[in-house]
Design a protein around this ligand. Structure first.
Ligand code: NAD
Ligand code: UDP
Length: 320
C-alpha cells in the first residue's frame, strides 16, 4: 500500500510543487487548502490522478482525515508581506490554531509532520549569514510580527509536541524561494519585477535597494524539503540558496533578462523590512546531503518564461 501524505496549503506555490513531487515519488496525496491565497489552477492537472484528492478546508477549524496518514507537510499560511498585512488575524490563526490542529492529527495518526517555517524567524538579523543557532531579532508588535511570531510559535509548539508527546517532527526554515506558480500580484519582489517588466511599468525598488536577499529556485527547495522529511533530524534546518544579492542589483538583472526599456524607481522601504538575509546551509549540506543546483540565471529564465506565457488577462489582474 502506498504511503499517504497530507499537504496543507496545497493550492499555493510551494504546496502545489510538493503535490507534484510526492505524486511522482509514488505517494498518495491528500491536498488541503481554503484557497485564501492559493489557486486551484496550480493543482488542476492532478485532479484526474487516482492517487490525488483535494479537500477544501480551513485548517484553523478541526482537521479530520479518514484513513491512515504517514506524513504531514504543513504549508498553509499566507507567505507574502502584502498578503499577511491584508489578513493579519488569519495569518496568526493559521500559524497557531492551524498548527495545533495538525500536530493533533499527527499524534492521532502517528504521522511524521514537517512544518514550513521561515527565515523571518530571524527577523531583521544581527547575525550574518544566519545559522540555525541564531535566536533572531523580531519586532513582535510591528506589521510583520503577525507572520514572524506565528512562525516562531509554530516552531515552539512543534518542539513541545515532539518532546512531550514524542511525535516525529521536522522544521524547515525556508529562505526566499521563487519559480513558476507564484502569483503575479502577490507583491513578492520576483513576480513584482517581472510583472512590471511585462506590463511596461517601471520597476519599484523599496528603500535604497541595498537590502539583500538570497533567492532559491523552487526545484532545489522541494528537493531539500523532501530530504528533510525523510531524514531523522528534528531540529530546524535552513533551506535556501546562499547566493546573496542586493535588491537594486537584482532589479538590474531583471531589466537585462526581460529586455525592458523601463527604469528603476525608488519607493519607501516597508517597516521592519530586513536589511540583509543569507542562509548558512552547512547543516543542510551535512545532514541532508543537499545544496542548491540551479543558478539564479537559470531559475530566473524558467520563471520569466512561465510568467510570459500567462494570459494578458492574468497579467492585468496584478495590483502593481
Ligand atoms: P502561498 O500563499 O502560495 O501558499 C499558501 C497556501 O496556504 C495558499 O494556497 C492558501 O490558500 C493556503 N492557506 C492559507 N491559510 C489557510 C488555512 N487557514 N487553511 C487552509 N489553507 C490555507 O505561499 P507559499 O509561498 O507557497 O508558502 C507556503 C508556505 O511556505 C507558507 O507556510 C510560508 O510561510 C512558507 N514559506 C514560503 C517561503 C517562500 O519563499 N515561498 C519562504 C518561507 C516560508
Ligand atoms: N521589494 C522591492 N520592490 C517590490 C517588492 C519588494 O524592492 O516591488 C523588496 C522588499 O522591500 C524586500 C525584498 O524586495 O527588501 C524582498 O521582498 P519580498 O516581499 O519578495 O520578500 P521578503 O521581504 O519577505 O524577503
Amino acid at each position: 500500500m502506498n504511503k499517504r501524505v497530507l499537504i496543507t496549503g496545497a493550492a499555493g506555490f510551494l504546496g502545489s510543487h510538493l503535490c507534484d513531487k510526492f505524486i511522482k515519488e509514488g505517494y498518495e496525496v491528500i491536498a488541503m487548502d481554503n484557497l485564501i491565497t492559493g489557486d486551484l489552477k496550480n493543482i488542476a492537472h492532478l485532479f484526474k490522478n487516482e492517487f490525488f484528492e483535494f479537500h477544501h478546508h480551513d485548517i484553523t477549524k478541526f482537521v479530520h482525515v479518514p484513513g491512515k496518514v504517514d506524513y504531514i507537510l504543513h504549508f498553509a499560511s499566507p507567505a507574502s508581506p502584502i498578503d499577511y498585512l491584508k489578513i493579519p488575524i488569519q495569518t496568526l490563526k493559521v500559524g497557531s490554531l492551524g498548527t495545533h490542529n495538525l500536530l493533533g492529527l499527527a499524534k492521532e495518526k502517528n504521522a511524521r509532520i514537517l512544518i514550513a517555517s521561515t527565515s523571518e524567524v530571524y527577523g531583521d538579523p544581527l547575525v550574518h549569514p544566519q545559522t540555525e543557532e541564531y535566536y533572531g531579532n523580531v519586532n513582535t508588535i510591528g506589521p510583520r510580527g503577525v507572520y514572524d511570531e506565528a512562525k516562531r510559535f509554530q516552531e515552539s509548539i512543534t518542539m513541545a509536541y515532539h518532546r512531550f508527546h514524542g511525535i516525529e517532527t521536522r522544521i524547515a526554515r525556508i529562505f526566499n524561494t521563487y519559480g513558476p506558480r507564484m502569483r503575479l500580484n502577490d507583491g513578492r519582489v520576483i513576480p513584482a519585477f517581472i510583472g512590471q517588466a511585462l506590463r511596461g511599468e517601471d520597476l519599484t525598488v523599496f528603500g535604497d535597494g541595498l537590502q539583500t536577499r538570497s533567492f532559491c529556485y523552487v526545484d532545489d527547495q522541494i528537493r531539500g524539503l523532501y530530504n528533510l522529511l525523510l531524514s531523522d533530524y528534528s531540529l530546524p534546518v535552513n533551506i535556501g540558496n546562499p547566493n546573496e544579492i542586493t535588491i537594486l542589483d537584482f532589479a538590474k538583472e531583471v531589466i537585462k533578462l526581460t529586455g525592458t526599456t523601463q527604469k528603476i524607481v525608488f519607493e519607501p522601504l516597508p517597516k521592519d523590512d530586513p536589511l540583509q538575509r543569507q542562509p548558512d546551509i552547512s547543516k543542510a549540506k551535512e545532514i541532508l546531503n543537499w545544496e542548491p543546483e540551479v543558478s539564479r540565471a537559470e531559475g530566473m529564465k524558467l520563471t520569466y518564461n512561465y510568467f510570459k506565457n500567462l494570459s494578458k488577462e492574468d497579467l492585468q489582474k496584478s495590483e502593481h
